[in-house]
Write a protein that binds this ligand. Structure first.
Ligand code: ADP
Ligand code: TRP
Length: 364
């Protein structure tokens, strides 16, 4: 059996990533993930999917799930992913993933899953437990999750989310997994599960995939509400699909502060966030201009926001137009994912065959 398959037949490294089908994509998704997908497509063997099974962990309305999947596919294509260069597919179209998820779960500990930040966060929300105060005993939170007496439930799919994500990655023997900073813990678990599988079965079958940031560090796109990251559930997003008026309004409403009082004053978090956004969308000269204006106290936040909105629109408006166009073309979207699923299944079926064999499952 071929082990530790680390590249395609043509020697290119394998890239794998996905985004959950839980709503339209925002600037966090774009700069944290999708723009990297696009930049990587010419140099690597890229496989990008829509994580609809992962979306089930938070119980989407069944009527909406398929629409959400279509939204993300249209957004992938509109952002510039070329279906001829990449394998683009829907997670549930590859049933091999679900089978390998069951097999991999045999090597995953419930303790390590319970300690995962994203699980604790979602479990806390499901049970209505508030966020812990700084320094609060994390184990206390785990006990609260297990011992909760409410009629709320934390589903097991949420707990085993990292297993499914590890399988998404390992079933393709991916080398690189372009994701935002918040996903790095899941990637760390993926590597741990791969190592554990290898050592348990005394094999070198799986490699250890890593994030990819073009030599920089992982991106965290801030929200417009003064703190934290931009996220669907935080209600602080600028969406790729936002029209011009909506987008300008959102940016003009961004939280700021009273303005610098003395030269070279330390920059507060809300303003730092606006500079971070500017770093992503504006030219270095523009950013420097506003940073200098902050330093000498001449900055006017209204001007800063106007410029920021302008520069965001330069990126998002052309994408928005293409989204609207592609979203109405069901035939095209179906063709792309049917072709993608076929290719993805071929790779996945081979890995699953190997994994079954390594684990001792034999056909009569
Ligand atoms: P959300 O947090 O809005 O629910 P997802 O969890 O579906 O978004 O994230 C999809 C991808 O987008 C992941 O690779 C994630 O790391 C990235 N991402 C999401 N929000 C941000 C952000 N604010 N900054 C950087 N990357 C992000
Ligand atoms: N967990 C990722 C997110 O919330 C989505 C995801 C599922 C993923 N499987 C993956 C990302 C595999 C990269 C690789 O965004």
């Amino acid at each position: 059996m071929e082990t530790n398959t680390k590249a395609t037949d043509d020697g290119r490294k394998i890239v794998l990533s996905g985004i959950r089908a839980t709503g339209n994509l925002h600037l966090g998704n774009y700069y944290g993930a999708l723009s990297k997908f696009v930049r990587m497509q010419d140099d690597y063997d890229c496989r990008y999917f829509v994580a609809d099974l992962h979306a089930l962990t938070t119980h989407p309305d069944p009527k909406m799930l398929h629409e959400n999947v279509k939204d993300i596919l249209a957004e992938y294509l509109a952002a510039g992913l070329d279906p001829e260069k990449n394998t683009i597919y829907v997670q549930s179209d590859v049933p091999e993933i679900s089978e390998m998820y069951l097999l991999m779960n045999m090597h995953v500990g419930i303790g390590e899953l319970m300690r995962t930040a994203s699980f604790k966060d979602k479990a806390r929300k499901a049970l209505g437990i508030g966020t812990p105060a700084e320094g609060e005993d994390e184990e206390g939170i785990e006990r609260q999750i297990i011992g909760n007496q409410t009629n709320q439930r934390v589903n097991a799919g949420l707990l085993t989310y990292p297993t499914l994500m590890a399988v998404d990655i390992l079933i393709h023997h991916a080398d690189f997994v372009p994701v935002g900073k918040d996903q790095e813990q899941h990637l760390e678990l993926t590597r741990r599960f791969a190592r554990r599988f290898n050592s348990f079965y005394k094999t070198q079958y799986f490699g250890e995939p890593v994030n990819f940031n073009f030599g920089g560090s992982a991106v965290k796109v801030p929200g417009l509400d003064g703190s934290g990251k931009m996220g669907k559930s935080e209600g602080n997003c600028i969406y790729l699909i936002d029209d011009e008026k909506t987008l300008r309004k959102k940016v003009m409403r961004a939280v700021t502060d009273e303005g610098p009082k003395v030269p070279n004053q330390e920059v507060s978090e809300p303003i730092r966030n606006l500079f971070t956004l500017m770093e992503l969308v504006s030219t270095p000269d523009t950013l420097e201009h506003f940073k200098n204006a902050y330093a000498d106290c001449s900055i006017r936040y209204g001007d800063l926001k106007k410029q920021l909105a302008e520069d965001i629109l330069k990126t998002t408006l052309p994408i928005r137009e293409r989204i609207l166009d592609i979203r109405n073309n069901d035939e095209y979207i179906s063709k792309v994912v049917r072709q993608g699923a076929e290719k993805a299944r071929e790779a996945a079926a081979k890995t699953l065959r190997d994994v079954r064999e390594i684990m001792g499952i034999k056909k009569f």
